[in-house]
Design a protein around this ligand. Structure first.
Ligand code: GLU
Length: 328
């Protein structure tokens, strides 16, 4: 029997990072080529066949439409290719949450799509990249990984795209899941699934758009006034996500300015700048009166992705946007 084939899409990040010294702190993301990484992982004697395809060599803070469009196109082609069993994306950790969620919302489940990164560059002492990549290979080639949507593998842990977020700047176990925690534990020699697939829908929730609209995240802080809202509207923002205090709160003057934005056809989603927790409707802010949307379990970064896709699909009505945030 021939070896399983996995497509590996490289985008850069710390997993392809190179340090000035093995013990220093400074390094450059995306320095190491995908071919070099694949050569290293082949040296581990894994039985899968890896098909490398470089997309970019960037820190993921610079990722955007161009790379997302390329990734989406490659994955659609891989899903249609009977020779390819699954897809791995090597990616910086800073925006892994955003790319994973965007792809999860726009791809059919089916073949596994596994995103993987690293917290330490490839040549730093105690580097986690090769282990994470070996773990990602194990997940992407497992039959039980089918139909779970996009997953993120970091620190011997597997998360669903809808839950995952980066929760620490430099620890090896930097990723957390909310509202659901890890769905599996993985090592290069073991894989234990302990949560069923919980992806919404059996097909892609959104068509791949032709472009993504400008949607901004505005972080609320004590004492801010309405000027940032007016500035965002002035540069043509098509949607605003507020990373509010607590349950998605903001000073009254800010809420009033956001209500004006809604009246001008700009949907407003209230999420929280707090790490975890639900933002529900009409708790302290009267969403019904303001015609705001509550982000529910989604944090600001994921809220922005979902709102961009909704607006790109022509959905701006607050009730319809709320239904999407409710997971319907
Ligand atoms: N900022 C870079 C990125 O997100 C490096 C961080 C990382 O990959 O861990 O690509």
């Amino acid at each position: 029997m021939s070896a399983q084939k996995l497509l590996v899409l490289g985008t850069g990040g710390t997993i392809a990072g190179s340090a000035a010294t093995a013990t220093g702190q400074s390094y450059a993301a995306g320095e190491i080529s995908l071919d070099a990484m694949i050569a290293d992982i082949r040296g581990l004697g894994l039985t899968v066949e890896l098909v490398p395809k470089p997309i970019a060599r960037i820190g993921s803070q610079d990722i955007g439409w161009e790379q997302w469009d390329a990734l989406h196109g490659e994955i659609i082609a891989a899903q249609a290719d009977p020779d390819i069993a699954g897809v791995i994306i090597t990616h910086g950790t800073d925006t892994a949450e955003e790319t994973a969620f965007l792809l999860d919302l726009t791809l059919d489940p089916g073949k596994p799509v596994v995103m993987v990164g690293a917290m330490r560059p490839a040549d730093a002492v105690g580097s986690d990249g090769m282990r994470n990549l070996a773990n990602a290979i194990r997940v992407a080639s497992d039959p039980k990984a089918q139909d779970r949507g996009v997953m993120v593998v970091m620190g011997d842990t597997v998360f669903a795209a809808s839950d995952v977020r980066k929760a620490a700047t430099s620890n090896i176990d930097a990723f957390k899941g909310y509202p659901r925690g890890p769905i599996a534990r993985v090592t290069p020699s073991s894989l234990d699934w302990f949560a069923p697939a919980h992806r919404v829908g059996s097909t892609a929730r959104f068509q791949w758009p032709e472009a993504l609209p400008r949607v901004a995240i505005l972080t609320a802080g004590a004492g801010i006034d309405a000027m940032p809202v007016k500035a965002l509207l002035g540069i043509g923002c098509k949607g605003i996500v507020i990373a509010g205090m607590g349950q998605g709160n903001a000073p009254r003057v800010v809420l009033d300015a956001l209500a004006e934005a809604v009246r001008d056809g700009v949907p407003v989603v209230r999420s929280s700048r707090v790490d975890e927790g639900m933002v529900d409707r009409n708790v302290e802010v009267d969403d019904d009166a303001y015609v705001f949307v509550a982000a529910r379990a989604l944090g600001p970064a994921k809220s922005r992705i979902l709102l961009m896709l909704l607006i790109a699909s022509g959905v701006t009505d607050a009730k319809a946007v709320q239904a999407a945030f409710d997971g319907d």
